[in-house]
Design a protein around this ligand. Structure first.
Ligand code: ZN
Length: 127
């Protein structure tokens, strides 16, 4: 049953910065976990920082937004075309992620900094 592996993400209504911070923390935790799993599996992670105005990446198979850790395969090695996958889709094709190149767009320190900046940002005070 393919539908069981399909996860539906609903974006929570953000009522306070606390829930947004929580979201951010969950994302960072998820990225850290995935990163450790990939390293433990012997994958090499190549750092490739984002360029200005670089568009967001979406999984080629399920359209899920892929953030920070891009699992990339080369569809055709003679033509230089690269295809981005989410973790689930990449594993569905190859559980050992054979032929998958992992690109990292932010370092964990950068993500943590973003989180800290958010935490420290004063809430707007209405006069
Ligand atoms: Zn996918």
């Amino acid at each position: 049953m393919k539908s069981e592996s399909l996860r539906v993400f609903t974006f929570p209504t953000i009522r306070s910065s606390i829930s947004l911070r929580h979201c951010l923390m969950q994302s960072i935790k998820h990225i850290q976990m995935l990163r450790e799993q990939l390293l433990a599996a012997g994958k090499k992670i190549s750092y490739q920082s984002r360029v200005k105005d670089e568009p967001a990446y979406y999984c080629n198979d399920c359209d899920l937004e892929v953030y920070d850790l891009l699992l990339v395969t080369s569809e055709n090695s003679t033509k230089k075309s690269y295809v981005v996958h989410c973790e689930d889709c990449a594993r569905a094709k190859s559980p050992s992620l054979g032929g998958v190149v992992v690109l990292e767009q932010y370092r964990i320190e950068e993500l943590t900094k973003i989180y800290d900046a958010f935490t420290l940002a004063p809430s707007p005070v209405s006069k």
